[in-house]
Design a binder for this molecule. Structure first.
Ligand SMILES: [Zn+2]
Length: 413
């Protein structure tokens, strides 16, 4: 399809979404401007539409749905970071979920060939869960998927990899790293040629460990339940992630002013659904950070590209007027080959604050060498000290239970 036609198509979808939301959702009936001023002449005009924030979802899906309740096929409850209140809920129609399966099919067909085996190490085995949709998508182009589920026992998963011999593994970063290192240690056999990491942050140092274990290509996918699971996918050229442009309209904004950032500058990822029927979301603020990439990609796809978004998820804290992020800590700690996972908590005092790092190691008694300790100290704000605690061997790490959490805030002392 010529680019001009593609752009017109996106604008039509955007205007259809705005009108549908205004007319059929109770929340957007209140939240959006009047219908006669709602029509956009170009995608850039989206800046005059108000944002949707996570807190708005608290009013319940009844306020957001645009179809009769009988048409909803799946409702997903999500616990938000650091919140103890009721979960936010997202819902989809059957068509919405088919659309996601089609996107997964398109994306996976770029990295897996007909007849190749894919081991899916994600939750959501049940009908229309994320693993099920990915499996459906892979079957559509003749790939051969198997759903393993999350990797809570890397040794067991390594046994399955040894039997199934997948060409590609899709999973969460900390879990796949543990699997790769365990598989190499226990079987010394061939690993997959491609690994696709998703659902959590993947530090460069962590990806390097997977590459070293399996000598494979390590690609990233970015998505969330709110996006309809799929959002952006890295191609074999590894030049950033191609956005799911036909189903989602992405923007990068300044989180303080709310204005769109110039191309190439980092800001918060905001998206608008273009094809969602059950629960469209308009200018939804993700809290994640990325920048758009200029120029075409060697693979020939015309879809826009973005740097690998960093999922904030509570992993940012201001200490003594300086920002400390788990992105920095991830990069340092996973570059130590003995560190398998960690959690971080903050204890604030009047004059001094403490960052407590609990480390899950591979059994090495004193794995935290002076290099790691120094590197951690170098990213801490002035007046902040660090203490380390080693996890007990039978303590399962957060990353092997599911999505890793951000900073835990302990009571002040
Ligand atoms: Zn590409």
């Amino acid at each position: 399809m010529p680019v001009a036609e593609l752009l017109r198509n996106r604008l039509d979808r955007l205007n259809d979404t705005l009108r549908n939301a205004k007319e059929n959702s109770r929340f957007y009936a209140r939240h959006l401007p009047e219908l006669n001023t709602l029509r956009l002449e170009s995608v850039n005009e989206i800046e005059r539409i108000p944002f949707t924030e996570e807190k708005h979802l608290g009013s319940g899906i009844e306020d957001f749905i645009c179809v009769p309740p009988g048409k909803i096929s799946r409702i997903v409850s999500l616990f938000t970071s650091g919140s103890t209140g009721s979960p936010k809920r997202i819902c989809f129609t059957g068509d919405d979920l088919e659309n996601t399966a089609d996107y997964f099919s398109f994306g996976m067909s770029q990295i897996v060939a007909h007849g190749e085996r894919v081991l899916i190490c994600l939750p959501g085995k049940s009908e229309y869960g994320v693993s099920h949709l990915l499996s459906l998508g892979i079957k559509k182009f003749g790939g051969s998927p198997e759903i393993y589920g999350i990797i809570s026992d890397p040794s067991h998963a390594a046994g399955r990899v040894n039997e199934f011999r997948p060409d590609c593994i899709v999973g969460m970063p900390v879990q796949v790293m543990a699997l790769a290192e365990c598989h190499r240690r226990e079987y010394q056999g061939r690993g997959p040629s491609t690994v696709l990491l998703t659902a959590d942050n993947a530090a460069e140092s962590l990806k390097l460990r997977i590459r070293n274990a399996w000598d494979c290509l390590v690609l990233n996918h970015y998505g969330s339940t709110e996006m309809g699971y799929g959002g952006a996918l890295e191609c074999n050229f590894q030049n950033g992630l191609h956005l799911r442009d036909m189903d989602l309209c992405f923007e990068i904004i300044d989180p303080y002013s709310g204005k769109n950032m110039p191309l190439g500058e980092e800001g918060e990822v905001v998206f608008t659904t273009l094809t969602r029927l059950g629960m469209p979301l308009i200018r939804y603020r993700t809290g994640d950070f990325a920048h758009l990439l200029p120029g075409p990609c060697g693979c020939g796809q015309t879809l826009n590209r973005v740097s690998l978004p960093w999922r904030n998820n509570g992993g940012t804290v201001f200490l003594n007027d300086r920002l400390l992020t788990m992105r920095e800590l991830d990069e340092i700690l996973f570059s130590n080959r003995h560190v398998m996972d960690y959690s971080a908590s903050i204890r604030r005092g009047e004059y001094e604050s403490i960052v407590k790092l609990k480390i899950w190691a591979d059994g090495e008694a004193d794995c935290l060498d002076s290099g790691t300790r120094k590197a951690i100290a170098s990213v801490l704000p002035y007046g902040v000290s660090v203490c380390f605690e080693m996890a007990e061997p039978d303590d399962i790490s957060p990353g092997l239970r599911g999505k890793r959490l951000g900073f835990v805030h302990e009571p002040r002392f």
